[in-house]
Design a protein around this ligand. Sequence first.
Ligand SMILES: [Zn+2]
Length: 881
Amino acid sequence: MEATVKARAAKSATKGRVKTKRVTAKTPRVPDDEFRLSTQVRPSHYAVHLGPDLEAGTFRGEVTIDLAVARPQAAIELHAADLTIEGAELIIGGSARAATPVPHPKRETVALRFAAPVPKGEASLRIRFSGPLQKHLRGLYGAKSNGRSYAFTQLEAADARRFFPCFDEPSFKARFTFAVTTEDRNAVISNNPVSHVEDHRDGRKTVHFATTPQLSTYLCLLAVGELDASEERLVGRTPIRVWHVPGKGHLTAFALEAAVESLTRLEKYFGLPYPYQKLDLIAVPDFEAGAMENAGAVTFRETLLLVDPQTITLAEKKRGAEVVAHELAHMWYGDLVTMAWWDDLWLNEAFATWMAFRVVDDWKPEWRMWNNFAHHRAAALHLDALANTHPIYTEVRNPAQATENFDAITYEKGASVVRMIENYLGPNAFRAGVRKYIRRHREGNARAADLWRALEEASGQKVARVARGWIEQPGFPLLLAKRADRDGHAVLKLSQARYFTNPKAEATGQRWPLPVVVKTPASKQPARQLIANARGEISLGPSRRVSWLYANANEGGFYHVLHDDRTLAALRAALFDALTPVERLGLVAHQWAAVRGGHASIESFLDLAGVFGAETDFDVLDGLSGSLRFVESQLLDAIDGRPAFRHWLEATYERAWRDLGWDAARQESDDVRMRRASLLRLLGDLAEAPAIAQAVPSRFAAYLGDRHSIEPNLADGLVSIAARDGDAMRYEQFLIAARGAQTPQERRRFQYALADFRDLGAVKRTLTLTLTDEVPTQDVGIMLVRLFGNRAAREETWAFLKDRWDEVSKRLPPMMVSRVIEATSSLQTPAYKRDVAAFFRAHPVPTAKRSLRQALERFDLNEELRRRVSKSLHAWLAQHS
Ligand SMILES: [Zn+2]
């Protein structure tokens, strides 16, 4: 992130040199990596008046901040970054005192110094400021769509300081009154409804907003530009609208419905009405994250909010609904009650992630959202198995460290732990605790301990002990489950130890309070036990009735299981009767983890995968293809095993594909449609089956002519395969299709697939395109990650990245730069690892320190796996193709 308070403020500081010096001596010294403000000065209200110039890409503003000063102050320090302070004064009892601004770029603050100390009591600061609209999607930033210019804000974690001078930490909650002067044609949206509009009769107006309730700065929102609103839907007294760039009004119905359904359920869950006066959902044409929970004015990527029900895939629809529910859960959990500091970010994100799946599952049970969650959980387990993981609760000293924590550990591992605790306490006691917590801390801040207290009061159980075991230590356990039979009774002997992907990792001696749930055919209720020590035992009843067992029923626990060989064989034999889809998905993931961690052979995994030729559930097929894709991309080059691997895949899944074919029958269920799409990925993409490749050109030509010519769920797979085998002429077709796309999803589909071309000329063109407006800033990182995943493009991509880093990094917002760095491990060789390490040593990225360590660790782990399994993989493939 660029962090400079402009030179003009520094110059004006030299006027009162003598006085300034005297004050300097009294300014407390704070270590440079500890960027916290003093709590002696607290804001209570901000009045912000802003005048953006959308065409010029600049803005001017004035803010009046009402303060409470606890002790006399020689200077008042507050956040300001990339802003020019044009003037500042302090008003006490009706008289004004001039302030001298002294910027501290490294701390992203400005200290306002005064000739005499500011006395204890109330005061107001008035600051005039100006600045540039930011260019990479943080702070108050500029965006373009169809030749129109816009300004939007994205302020989490610490970018409100690029919008106006403020106390930019979550515990400085205050009320905000916004006003914006702009051209008459522009819409202006903020957190609260418009209170009145002043007409200046010169083509401009000033839009004034009603004062907000208590908010943290990161939850403020301003959107300015030509935006249209949908019709209004009401939930109780809350009006809900969807805002969008002109011409997309016909795509808003689904998001409105999702918002109505979510809000209704959330009000019921929390037992407290929606806390803000209105709810606007804003589709932003260029946006870094998926969405942002600004109070009363939530921002989204267009792909999540603007939907054509005729051509959208079920996966896109589920994701849209899930994100809407996630953001609306934040209105209570995050906005109304906010974490006191960024170390407790997980309190916000884990809860909202869990709640979203709960809400959508209740709305659309047929979508089986918890199966979908299993994929997210798998990603978290994968990340958490590295030595370079972090505990869910992580110490945070500065904004760069806060930014690093927006990852699968905070979101998905956090949500898994919330789910485990709900399971442990029961849903009613859990909800009662959550309600207590929200009521007790509304419009304030809270810490994890406050949540544990409320849950303990509501349930009478010792929650903190169990929860802290998961929140405060990194990693998770591998549960060894070994069946024994004594006197005709089956018992399960259990032991736990931390799981690492690295087989040579040293034992840590860590233990988790582990709620183990074992499923057997013997009884309807699974056997439950909390295993707190290294070892434990569960009795399962008469041996003859326990023909199989599974030691993570419903995949409710955040751990991997390694069953003994006898149990594994029994599960393989009874697979489709014994296990639900989410458990089959779990079994595949556990076995793959066992291979990676050195606890099982690669043959054991491939043997198991072979049994899934008869699988009918798309979630299971998708989970399986994740591991198989890794085998394909990382393990086959060294042994020249690709032809044999493809042959085996084809032999395993071809029949299922032949039974379904390309075209959907009338009245076909979503499950069948999704299975067809999964098989297309497995066979068409991964196995590159000739029968599919031969059909693609005509199918693709038909799709270009008519977007309804293909079952919607196949569109992604079709477009991707067409790109993979495409030449320069097809590349032109892709560009035209992306530019002329009718929906955000269609644009995304064609544009992202530009990264799938294997033709070297096309790869080079795509790389160059990422530096132009053809690829919106929000998508640059995603396309680079996809290029790293393309075997024919990865080396070219790395060369390009090194060569053009200055330009590329300017188009990569902080979260994206982490994802790109993580993707470099696809380069495989130790030589590339050294190159990546050296490059980022020379070009450090403070917000991605951990991502870099993770990428370097993955280089080593993948290399170790190649060395360990190549020989047996080669032999297995020879035998099975
Ligand atoms: Zn969130």
